[in-house]
Design a protein around this ligand. Structure first.
Ligand code: NAI
Ligand SMILES: O=CCc1c[nH]c2ccccc12
Length: 288
């Protein structure tokens, strides 16, 4: 049985999601999606803005897996040209689906500037009521953005998808704590940044020493990436990653069953991480 986290609306979400943004944005993802599903992925993360929802849907169909076995997310663009409902209907048509498991507001930036955050959230709540999205949530929201929609919300966002890794833990931890208190699950993206985007940083020796201990204990090789993902799992944070290689997907999937990191290892990862702030995605939100 693979690990799932509970959402505040009573549904469950697989801890690991396969992303179709970043390196896959604008590309034909059908083959990657089929490989991911055949390797054991059941959670797929898409977005209107990734411009590949058609081939995401194609990959799902070609995999032959039953719809109800999958958890599928897509996101409302930051500057949609249609109403929120029409935008989701367009996404569903492209995906070839009747509903998504999770629909997210991709970014608060534009709606916040135009004073439309509350109105967008009301429209999101309607979509959930109509069953077009089983769960609804947000992405790239700071505490300030969340507080605005929570003032009038009848549905608390199920998730907030943000950049989380040790090099942004100084700011991400504040959003994480607020969301924990409100029972909003955090989904992390960019989680492998310390090893894929800025390798050689102060975190590497700590990741290497934890990986060596876990390798000894589990009897099979554990990578630095798995240590980063294990850190997130132990915080009950969903991990979004991507790879066209079945071997890397297999490795990622096996992370949940590794022995736990110790409290000292977790503390060392966070202490070293916050010494070296490096943000890769949420600059448009935080203006850093
Ligand atoms: N809501 C938002 O604003 C954003 C959402 N996302 C979502 O999150 C997903 C994942 O984001 P990423 O930053 O790409 O994830 P990530 O930080 O896990 O990086 C993935 C990269 O790492 C490489 N990789 C994967 N496994 C590896 C391993 N074991 N060793 C070394 N390299 C490895 C891959 O080739 C890929 O280039 C996106 O596809 C998208 O769905 C991403 C960015 C922003
Ligand atoms: O998902 C990654 C970053 C992001 C935030 N808003 C958009 C819109 C379109 C593509 C990517 C993104």
């Amino acid at each position: 049985m693979s690990l799932k986290f509970a959402l505040n609306d009573g549904t469950q979400i697989p801890w690991l999601g396969f992303g179709t943004g970043t390196v896959l944005k604008g590309r034909d993802v059908a083959a990657s999606i089929k490989t991911a599903i055949e390797t054991g992925i059941t959670h797929l993360d898409g977005a209107q803005g990734y411009n590949n929802e058609e081939t995401l849907g194609q990959g799902i169909r070609e995999s032959g897996i039953a719809r109800e076995k999958l958890f599928i997310t897509t996101k409302l663009d930051e500057s949609p040209t249609e109403s929120v409902k029409d935008a989701l209907k367009t996404s569903l048509k492209k995906l070839g689906l009747n509903y998504v498991d999770l629909y997210l507001i991709h970014s608060p930036f534009r709606a916040f500037k135009e004073g439309k955050l509350k109105q967008w959230w009301k429209e999101m709540e309607e979509l959930k009521k109509e069953g077009l999205a089983k769960s609804i949530g947000v992405s790239n929201f700071t505490v300030e953005h969340l507080q605005i929609i929570l003032e009038d919300a009848t549905v608390v966002p199920a998730v907030n998808q943000i950049e989380v890794h040790p090099y942004v833990w100084d700011t991400a931890s504040q959003i994480y704590s607020f969301c924990k208190e409100k029972r909003i699950l955090i989904q992390s993206y960019g989680g492998l940044s310390p090893i894929v985007r800025v390798p050689g940083g102060p975190l590497d020796p700590i990741l290497a020493s934890a990986a060596a201990r876990l390798s000894n204990e589990s009897g099979s090789p554990v990578s630095l990436g798995q240590v980063l993902s294990k850190w997130l799992i132990q915080k009950e944070v969903v991990v979004l990653t991507t790879s066209s290689k079945a071997s890397r997907i297999k490795e990622a999937l096996s992370t949940a069953s590794l022995p736990d990191l110790t409290a000292d290892e977790i503390s060392a990862i966070e202490t070293e991480g916050v010494k070296s702030h490096k943000r890769f995605f949420m600059g448009h939100v935080f203006n850093e």
